[in-house]
Ligand binder design. Structure first.
Ligand code: NAD
Ligand code: TYD
Length: 339
């Protein structure tokens, strides 16, 4: 099978590429990535050595370029990870999120219609459901929870989900959608909570916690997300949505303290900073459907996954040092200097 993976030079896309290359060596993986600030060819170094892997530097919103890749590579399945993915950046520049996350999704699905692709899979997020209150631990997001977004990022992802459902119903496109909770693991761009805290702690910098630090995220090790998507594209039913999560709720403050403890640092570096605008309070996924229908289960416990992740950052300075020296420095200054 020929599988197009968009956004494969980013965090989850790359982890999925490596998962597929190992689990299904008989398949061909074709990566499409624009290489924005979040895309990194160094992440794909090992994949580039394999014959069954190819790479195209293409913007998913560039119709002519996307059609050309489909024409050349003749894919059977398309898995769309490519997105602008950071909530804080979406608050500064919503327009880029609409262009990639909404227009890009429609271009990819048009290509799927034009070239008769067997399955289009949209990698979505639990953030499309909005947030849950902290004082109702009994409430979880199911696939039936109404879409109710808070940030330009989540609104763009929800818009894309609605388009996917519309293409399924109107054109009979064979589609699936996965909505996963927060991921963590190797190759996570340093702007996100866990890698940011690991790298700041390593450099004895302040650890900026937004608001009161009580916001809750439901953390899943990235390899478990890759395994879920692999199952969905091969066994999931067309037109369906699958929630993905491992019942791993943690407050941000708890996560930050766990990082410090694992690195043997005290908590004096924690600094409470101005809250994110529209900050979602709590996310929590009910994964019953994918467990029951596809037999998926998370395999990595949070403590084990965090330890693996920290070890990975400790041993991959060559991956993150160039990122910290580049445009990320300006981003960090702008976002955190007067917060
Ligand atoms: P990321 O920001 O690390 O990577 C995104 C990748 O997409 C980068 O390689 C970037 O170069 C590429 N890209 C961006 N715009 C593009 C365009 N116009 N054309 C082609 N490529 C483009 O993101 P991530 O964290 O790996 O997230 C991947 C997907 O998973 C996203 O769709 C995101 O919404 C979703 N998701 C993420 C999480 C999470 O915790 N990170 C959780 C659930 C769902
Ligand atoms: P993030 O990793 O940006 O993921 P998302 O917003 O998609 O959940 O943030 C995770 C949580 O951590 C979120 O509640 C915001 C918070 N956060 C901080 O407190 N400080 C930070 O520097 C960052 C980047 C995030």
């Amino acid at each position: 099978m020929n599988i197009i993976v968009t956004g494969g030079a980013g965090f989850i896309g790359a982890n999925f590429v490596y998962y597929e290359l190992e689990k299904h060596p008989e398949d061909k993986i074709i990566c499409i990535d624009k290489l924005t600030y979040a895309g990194n060819m160094a992440t794909l170094d090992e994949a580039m050595k394999q014959e069954s892997f190819s790479f195209h530097r293409v913007d998913i919103a560039d119709r002519a370029a996307v059609y050309q890749v489909f024409e050349q590579e003749k894919p059977n399945i398309v898995v769309n990870f490519a997105a602008e993915s950071h909530v804080d950046r979406s608050i500064e520049h919503p327009e880029i999120f609409l262009q990639t996350n909404v227009i890009g999704t429609s271009v990819l699905m048009d290509a799927c219609r034009k070239y008769g692709i067997r399955r289009y899979h949209q990698v979505s997020t639990d953030e499309v459901y909005g947030d849950l209150p902290l004082d109702r631990p009994d409430l979880l997001f199911t696939e039936e929870t109404p879409l109710h977004t808070s940030s330009p990022y989540s609104a763009s992802k929800a818009s894309a989900d609605l388009l996917v459902m519309a293409y399924h119903r109107t054109y009979g496109l064979n589609t699936t959608i996965s909505r996963c909770s927060n991921n963590y693991g190797p190759f996570h761009f340093p702007e996100k909570l866990i890698p940011l805290m690991i790298l700041n702690a390593l450099h004895d910098k302040k650890l900026p916690v937004y608001g009161d630090g009580k916001n809750v995220r439901d953390w899943l090790y990235v390899g478990d997300h890759a395994a879920a998507i692999d199952l969905i594209i091969r066994k999931g039913a067309s037109g369906e949505v699958y929630n993905v999560g491992g019942h791993n709720e943690r407050s941000n403050l708890t996560v930050v303290k766990s990082v410090l403890a694992a690195l043997g640092k005290d908590e004096s570096s924690i600094e409470y900073v101005t809250d994110r605008k529209g900050h979602d309070r709590r996310y929590a996924i009910d994964p019953t459907k994918i467990q029951r229908e596809l037999g998926w289960n998370p395999t990595v416990k949070f403590e084990e996954g965090l330890e693996k992740t920290i070890k990975w950052y400790l041993s991959h300075q060559a991956w993150w040092a160039p990122i910290l020296k580049g445009a990320y420095q300006n981003y960090y200054e702008k976002m955190y200097a007067n917060r």
